[in-house]
Design a binder for this molecule. Structure first.
Ligand SMILES: Nc1ncnc2c1ncn2[C@@H]1O[C@H](COP(=O)(O)OP(=O)(O)OP(=O)(O)O)[C@@H](O)[C@H]1O
Ligand SMILES: [Mg+2]
Length: 214
């Protein structure tokens, strides 16, 4: 089993977040995403505190609570960074995983085994009662430094108590959305480069505005 990177033993305090490095600034109703280090261990923090009072009081709080439910439900899943903890009602921290954002051009350079592993990771996520629903978004899957898939961003995910008949039916039906996203990524791996967008790698695409692969 590959060695896991060190994990901060706790989430940052609100005051400590001031020294975090901004990775991406959220739009009207998206969190800021920052990188924070403690003793050489790195976490990623999603934070709605910089948003408007309205978003902070409603959507921000609600998404933060719901997203953490998904991260907790996936504890122990090898393709999912470890959950660290809540900062407050508007922010939480998870393990940082190094890798390249999956994009058309990255998919083309990624070996076919990756997509089999991605498919297995998604099936395991479903077995935990979680459907992601946003795996087509290019920032939400990484090709890890070790070549393994990393699943990120459970802001749109639904969590069902695994085992119940309702959960099995819901996950089987909604899981189709995740499986079709994997099929889409796999199809990019085998397609010919086309158009000007095929030249740039994932590392050069950090803007939210160009996040859709289709
Ligand atoms: N645990 C992590 N390890 C490494 N990078 C991460 C991690 N979490 C987030 N990131 C980086 O931050 C970006 C944004 O994170 P995330 O997708 O969770 O937020 P978001 O608000 O949904 O942003 P977006 O609208 O761009 O999807 C990711 O695409 C990824 O590059
Ligand atoms: Mg995202």
């Amino acid at each position: 089993m590959p060695m896991q990177p060190a994990l901060p033993p706790r989430a940052p305090t609100r005051a400590e977040l001031a020294s975090a490095q901004l990775l991406s600034r959220g739009g009207f109703a998206n969190p800021d995403v920052s990188s924070w280090e403690l003793g050489g261990a790195r976490a990623v923090v999603k934070d709605f505190a910089p948003r408007s009072a309205l978003v902070r009081a409603t959507l921000g709080r609600w998404i933060t609570r719901r997203e953490q439910r998904a991260w907790r439900a996936l504890a122990g899943h090898a393709a999912v960074p470890r959950y660290v903890g809540a900062v407050d009602a508007l922010a939480f921290a998870v393990e940082h995983r190094a890798g390249a954002k999956l994009s058309r051009s990255v998919a083309r350079e990624t070996p076919p085994e990756f997509f089999a592993r991605l498919e297995a990771a998604v099936a395991e996520m479903h077995a935990c009662g979680v459907v992601h629903l946003d795996l087509r978004h290019q920032g939400n899957v990484l090709v890890g430094e070790d070549g393994a898939p990393v699943l990120l961003d459970f802001g749109s995910a639904l969590v069902f108590a695994p085992g119940s008949l309702f959960a099995r039916v819901a996950v089987a039906l909604l899981g189709w959305i995740d499986r079709s996203a994997v099929a889409k990524w796999r199809s990019y791996a085998t397609s010919e480069p086309s158009g000007p967008q095929s030249g740039s790698g994932a590392s050069s695409r950090s803007s939210r505005s160009e996040s859709r692969p289709t």
